[in-house]
Design a protein around this ligand. Sequence first.
Ligand SMILES: CCCCCCCCCCCCCCCCCCC/C=C/C(=O)SCCNC(=O)CCNC(=O)[C@H](O)C(C)(C)COP(=O)(O)OP(=O)(O)OC[C@H]1O[C@@H](n2cnc3c(N)ncnc32)[C@H](O)[C@@H]1OP(=O)(O)O
Ligand code: FAD
Length: 643
Amino acid sequence: MKVAWAGSREAFQVSDRMAKLVANDPVFEKFSKPMLGRKELFKNTLRKAAYAWKLINDLRLTEEEAKWLRHYIDEPNYTDLHWEMFVPAIEGQGTKEQKKKWLPLAQTMQIIGTYAQTELGHGSNVQGLETTATFDRQTDEFVMHSPTLTSSKWWPGGMAKVATHAIVYARLIIDGLFHGVHGFIVQLRSLEDHSPLPGLTLGDIGMKFGHGTYNTMDNGVLRFDHVRIPRNQMLMRVSQVTKEGKYAQSDVPRQLLYGTMVSVRQTIVADASKALSRAVCIATRYSVVRRQFGSRNGGPETQVIDYKTQQSRLFPLLASAYAFRFVGEWLKSLYIDVKQRLEANDFSTLPETHACTAGLKALTTAATADGIEECRKLCGGHGYLISSGLPELFAFYVPACSYEGENVVMMLQVARFLVKTVSNLGYKQPVGTAAYLGRVTPLLQNNCAVQTAEDWLNPDAILEAFEARAARMVIGCGERLAMFENPEEGFAELSIDLVEASLAHCQLITVSVFIQKLNHEIPGNGVKRSLEVLCYVYALFLLHKHQGDFLATGYLTPKQASLANEQLRTLYSKVRPNAIAFVDSFNHMDHYLCSVLGRYDGNVYPKLYEAAWKDPLNDSDIVDGIQQYVQPILKQKLHYAKL
Ligand SMILES: CCCCCCCCCCCCCCCCCCC/C=C/C(=O)SCCNC(=O)CCNC(=O)[C@H](O)C(C)(C)COP(=O)(O)OP(=O)(O)OC[C@H]1O[C@@H](n2cnc3c(N)ncnc32)[C@H](O)[C@@H]1OP(=O)(O)O
Ligand SMILES: Cc1cc2nc3c(=O)[nH]c(=O)nc-3n(C[C@H](O)[C@H](O)[C@H](O)COP(=O)(O)OP(=O)(O)OC[C@H]3O[C@@H](n4cnc5c(N)ncnc54)[C@H](O)[C@@H]3O)c2cc1C
């Protein structure tokens, strides 16, 4: 199962080696992080990042190994933006000459970059950005300027204190004419003494949610006061500006300017299963250790994992972790394919890839963020302790619902793709993830054939149910949209239904990828059978949760919906004996989990007790402030005492 989770034996070995490397090196200790103040926390992260870079070079780690190393170090920092956004932006949007100049510098970290798109006043609406890049023909330069307070760049990770360069997104202006938003490579700091270059105001935007996690990152604010950069620092694969000030667009579609976001959204989907599996591992192990009620004749109480209600909250999350792992793997291969096509100037699959990355990013991050919080509740009161590992994980993870495309905004992008697909149905056969929309007639006419709970243990029945629900919701929206004279008005009016239809479409993708995975790639019958159980749990849990959709679209009868729920309860009993094996298969080491409740050896209570004593408040019996503020209260008889 460890191999099935990792994707291959080789992938398992690489990640396992890196996990051990990090866990066994004292530099990467992290248990004391929540006790550090911001400055210490940040410096500590800089130290770890520098040491990691040294290890990557000294040990000559491959790109894959380096990624795992950074993952297990488990502290967001400036290198995330450098590797995940700055470098890909140059790769995707730079010309050959630009790549030749900038990539070697970035790949050896002689320069450190960030991605400066969002502003104080605009994040989702990229076309609304206000920063200007005005071409000056006399000097062959662009003048970068922040004309308003709301045009201040706001959020870019690593920008406040570390990055030497940024890809800055700004409105291109030539001779007073606006030519849309483009990316520019801008140097921010001196490579000699790291001071901000003249004309730039740079700072940190302040502490964020949680304590020890995202505050390791220096998210920054940046303002330009007429800062000049050479013309050849505009990323010119999509559009070019000549030294005469002529603006030209190549055959490459404008959407490629958004290409870096497609790349990172794919990474975010691939990472969702890491965060969810981490929370599920902690909650499952603890649910086996924790006992409440049910003791008879002085015997042990019941393990909380044996309560059906605990299972009904935990096991769907376990199944979701596996589903997200497989859909992440699938999306990665889709993305690798589109990347190769884009390099060869084939843009045909970009719209579908954009819809998949946007929608699955929204689906997986929302379910993971909610899932981590559910795992905290599944651990009862102890889940609220930092030493459970869950509060920090939650604080780290929730912004994923907002960054790289706010989730609702992303679902609306999926909706645009689906509406377009439906309106083209007469003359363009949908392919890939939208192919089912080409079979609307049977999907709209046929109803579910399930008659017994057992009938739900059938991938075809499940797939058809999810296809019919999505098709009916999408087509329904399309029909209602057609009644509006102004399509944009209609889209806005129906946006709530459109977001729901998009979710149904994305859930269909996750369910069908899970089923495909079982059909083709699982080594070992035992592993395959166990994963089948999880696949059914995932699908039937979604069906139960959204049964309103399945019933309202008329595909299911209430009886069939309740048979699905009956089968789901039976499936929980099949998951129970393997629950620990399922979470051990994630291969998460204690160092990575950083959780007293999720320890591999199950030795929870002594370690919980021991962890409490490490709190700085327990350094002495009488702490600072007691004599000054508590003793006087005890010694005086004031108003309320007299009453
Ligand atoms: C416990 C601690 C654990 C710590 C663990 C640490 C582990 C470390 C490991 C390292 C791994 C880390 C990896 C992840 C890194 C993440 C870092 C996060 C940092 C965050 C960065 C950011 O947030 S950057 C800013 C992101 N901003 C956005 O996403 C903005 C969202 N807005 C948009 O994308 C767009 O503006 C829009 C799409 C919403 C609207 O655009 P616009 O108004 O121009 O367009 P239209 O809707 O009219 O669309 C036009 C046309 O284009 C199509 N289209 C839109 N986008 C794309 C695209 N991206 N690609 C292709 N096509 C696109 C759209 O569909 C339209 O097409 P039509 O055919 O015309 O309909
Ligand atoms: C931790 C973190 C790190 C980040 N790192 C970076 C970075 O490195 N570089 C960078 O450039 N940016 C970064 N960002 C910014 C991030 O990309 C934006 O915050 C994100 O894209 C969301 O945009 P917004 O803040 O403008 O949200 P808004 O769009 O203002 O969202 C507010 C609300 O409005 C709703 N809404 C907005 N538009 C619509 C619409 N059309 N229809 C319906 N509802 C709508 C949203 O659903 C949401 O509920 C980071 C953000 C965070 C939290």
